[in-house]
Ligand binder design. Structure first.
Ligand SMILES: Cc1cc2nc3c(=O)[nH]c(=O)nc-3n(C[C@H](O)[C@H](O)[C@H](O)COP(=O)(O)OP(=O)(O)OC[C@H]3O[C@@H](n4cnc5c(N)ncnc54)[C@H](O)[C@@H]3O)c2cc1C
Length: 265
């Protein structure tokens, strides 16, 4: 982990700055560091920390973990065979395909330590991780090109500047860094919303399938709601239960928690 000791002016240099140590940022930082690039990975939070997620990984995701050198045989990883889709009182099992270079299994892992594991692998590869460091805006040259970020660091929010000829914005759905550089959200694309809870279930925690329910109904209108509910096994006594929906104007405001209660009932 990067230390500020001995750095007097709060100015840090690297060849690449990655903003955000989620899965995308840590993977980018790891591969750059492995290639010999001096990379600074800035993360506003600390690890481990939770994040709302289904905790399910497809074989393609598993393949990326293996590339990153993550030990997927260690405790805490739960293997899945495929998906079980439930709709209209029927169900169908879809096994993960046996294809080419991808493994033929998926995984689940609590997001509580998943991002921490990936960030540690990035550090082991040589990336310099700065936790509790929130990028507050891009630094640009006279041509408007990004040459770094300003940030605040630590509990006392010390101002810092981080400079690099390349900045990767991996700050997640908020995309603040990209928005600050003038990129705009495509308002034609729908925005999904989601709710998630953990439950204990001895019966379901070792289910080898990710279960997905396609028939959601809005709790208020009773109308079909585009989206799905999920029940994903974690293998440690818990299941991750949630739903994601793409409400359109006809639904008005959707109470996701009430919709989830209705679906679970
Ligand atoms: C409800 C829900 C369920 C999901 N379920 C699944 C699932 O089962 N399987 C699956 O594969 N995907 C799932 N996803 C999607 C998955 O969570 C995302 O694809 C993934 O988190 C994207 O990774 P990322 O690294 O791009 O962004 P993020 O995971 O959002 O990481 C961004 C990081 O940047 C940091 N950051 C943000 N702003 C700043 C800043 N200014 N300065 C410094 N750091 C900053 C954040 O703290 C965070 O650590 C789900 C998403 C949701 C919302």
């Amino acid at each position: 982990m990067e230390s500020d000791e001995g750095v007097g002016n709060g100015d840090h240099q690297a060849q690449v700055i990655v903003v955000g140590a989620g899965p995308a940022g840590s993977a980018a930082a790891l591969h750059l560091a492995r290639a010999g690039v001096d990379v600074l990975l800035l993360e506003k939070g600390t690890f481990p920390r939770d994040k709302v997620c289904g905790d399910g990984l497809t074989p393609r995701g598993v393949q990326q973990l293996v590339r990153m050198g993550v030990d997927i045989d260690a405790p805490g990883w739960m293997r899945t065979k495929g998906m079980r889709w439930v709709c209209g009182g029927r169900q169908v099992h879809i096994d993960w395909p046996r294809s080419g270079s991808h493994p033929d299994f998926g995984l689940t892992r609590s997001r509580h330590d998943f991002d921490d594991i990936l960030a540690r692998h990035a550090v082991a590869a040589g990336a310099r991780l700065c936790l509790e460091t929130r990028a507050t805006g891009p630094l640009t040259d006279r041509a408007g090109r990004i040459v770094g970020v300003s940030a605040v660091s630590g509990a006392d929010k010390q101002p810092r500047t981080y400079r690099a000829p390349v900045v990767i914005a991996a700050d997640g759905a908020s995309a603040r860094t990209a928005l600050a550089m003038g990129l705009e959200r495509d308002r034609g694309k729908p925005m999904a919303t989601a709710a998630r809870r953990y439950y204990r279930s001895e019966a379901r925690t070792s289910d080898p399938y990710l279960e997905l329910w396609a028939d959601l109904r809005c709790s208020r209108t009773g109308r079909d709601l585009p989206g799905y509910g999920w029940i994903f096994p974690l293998g440690d006594g818990r299941v991750n239960v949630g739903l994601g929906a793409l409400p359109h104007r006809g639904h008005g405001t959707v109470d996701l928690r009430a919709t989830m209660d209705r679906w679970m009932a």
